[in-house]
Design a protein around this ligand. Structure first.
Ligand SMILES: Nc1ncnc2c1ncn2[C@@H]1O[C@H](COP(=O)(O)OP(=O)(O)OP(=O)(O)O)[C@@H](O)[C@H]1O
Length: 329
C-alpha cells in the first residue's frame, strides 16, 4: 500500500507536485497517468525518499521510506533503466546491489531467471538493448522480493514485444498480491495495463478511480444511428434538444447523437415511426476522457496551439498530442 497525503514539491517557482493525495492498493496494477511535466517522476522520487516534500507526506507500507528498516525488501523501483555500470555484467551488477543491500546472493540468479536474462547474465550490461536494460532494471527492483513496486515510464522506447512482456509481467506481479504503481503518459498503454488510475495534471490530482470508471465518468457517450428516413429522425432529435452531427459511412450517412443513450434515440425514432438500420452506443475512449479532464492541465503545447512556439519552463517542448501516441511508437 502507498498512501500520499497533501504531497507538495516546489522547484523555485515551479510547483511540481501540488497537494497531492492518493492511495495505491495491493493486488492491482495502478497507472499513474499524466501529461509530460505533470509531476509523476517527482512524486515517485518522493515515495522513494529521493526528494523531500515541501509539505505533506507519503507512506510506504505505513511508514516513510527513510524509516523502513530494509527498504529494498519493502519497495523496489525502476526509475532509470540505464543506471548501470556499462562494463559490469548483468550478474555482477545485481551481485553488487545484493551485497551492498544485505540481500542473499541466491536472489541474483532467481531474479535473472524471472526476467528472462539468465542466458545473457555474463554479458556486459553496457551492450544491452533498451528492452534488456529494462529487464535488468526490473530484476534489480525485485532483488529484495518487495511487496511494492514502482515503475517510471517502463515501456518508453520499447518495441511491441518488449511492451507486451512488461505489461504481462506487471500484471503477474499484481496477481501475486503486490502493489504495482506504474507511471506513463501513454493512455492507450494504461488502458491495456492498469485496473486503477491516479490521474494528475500540473502536479494536481485529477482523478483516482478504476480505469473503467474513468472512461465511463469522463467521456460523454453518444449514439450512432442509421435510417432510410434520416432527415425526419434528425429533425425529431433536434426538436428534443439533442446535438447531432452527420457522419458519412460506407452504408450511407449516419447520425451521431451526443450525450444520448440508445434507449432515448430508439424511443424517439419509434415515436416518429422511423425505421432504423443501426443503433449503436459509442463509448468514449480513454484518450477523450483524458483530454477532457486534463485539457487545461497540459503544461506544454504544440506549435499550432502556441503561436510563439516557445518551449515550456524546463526547456521541454513535448506536444499535447504526445498523450495520444499509441504505445510502441
Ligand atoms: N530537479 C528539478 N529542478 C527543477 N524543476 C524540476 C526538477 N524536476 C522536475 N522539475 C519540474 O517539475 C515539474 C514536474 O516534473 P516531473 O518530471 O515530475 O513530471 P513528469 O510527470 O514525470 O513528466 P515527464 O513525463 O515529462 O517525465 C516540471 O515542470 C519539471 O520541469
Amino acid at each position: 500500500m502507498i498512501e500520499a497525503v497533501g504531497l507538495t514539491k516546489r522547484y523555485g517557482r515551479t510547483v511540481a507536485v501540488d497537494d497531492l493525495s492518493f492511495t495505491v492498493k495491493p493486488g492491482r496494477v495502478t497507472g499513474f497517468l499524466g501529461p509530460n511535466g505533470a509531476g509523476k517522476s517527482t512524486t515517485m522520487r518522493m515515495i522513494l525518499g529521493l526528494d523531500r516534500p515541501d509539505a505533506g507526506h507519503v507512506l510506504v507500507d505505513g511508514r516513510p521510506y527513510r524509516q523502513l528498516d530494509r527498504p529494498l525488501r519493502t519497495v523496489g523501483a525502476l526509475l532509470d533503466a540505464k543506471w548501470v555500470h556499462p562494463n559490469r555484467s548483468a550478474r555482477a551488477h545485481l551481485q553488487w546491489l545484493a551485497r551492498s543491500n544485505g540481500l542473499p546472493a541466491r536472489r541474483v540468479d532467481e531474479v535473472l531467471e524471472v526476467v528472462g536474462l539468465a542466458s545473457v547474465a555474463r554479458r556486459r550490461a553496457g551492450g544491452f538493448s533498451l528492452g534488456m536494460s529494462q529487464r535488468l532494471g526490473i530484476a534489480a527492483a525485485l532483488l529484495g522480493d518487495p511487496q511494492i513496486l514502482l515503475f517510471d515510464e517502463p515501456v518508453n522506447g520499447l518495441d511491441p514485444e518488449g511492451i507486451l512482456w512488461i505489461r504481462q509481467f506487471m500484471r503477474r506481479l499484481a496477481a501475486e498480491g503486490r502493489t504495482v504503481f506504474v507511471s506513463s503518459h501513454l493512455l492507450s498503454e494504461m488502458a491495456l495495463t492498469a485496473e486503477d488510475l491516479v490521474v494528475v495534471g500540473r502536479g494536481r490530482l485529477i482523478a483516482q478511480c478504476s480505469t473503467a470508471e474513468f472512461v465511463e465518468n469522463a467521456s460523454e457517450s453518444s449514439v450512432r444511428v442509421r435510417s432510410p428516413q434520416i432527415d425526419r429522425l434528425r429533425t425529431a432529435l433536434l426538436h428534443k434538444g439533442f446535438t447531432v452531427h452527420t457522419e458519412p459511412t460506407a452504408e450511407g450517412n449516419a447520425l451521431v447523437v451526443n450525450a444520448a443513450t440508445s434507449e432515448q434515440v430508439g424511443e424517439i425514432a419509434a415515436a416518429q415511426g422511423v425505421v432504423l438500420h443501426e443503433l449503436s452506443p459509442q463509448r468514449g475512449s480513454l484518450e477523450e476522457a483524458f483530454m477532457r479532464l486534463t485539457g487545461d492541465s497540459v503544461q506544454y503545447r504544440t506549435d499550432t496551439d502556441d503561436p510563439t512556439g516557445a518551449p515550456g519552463p524546463s526547456g521541454s517542448h513535448a506536444a499535447a498530442t504526445d498523450l495520444l501516441v499509441p504505445a510502441g511508437k
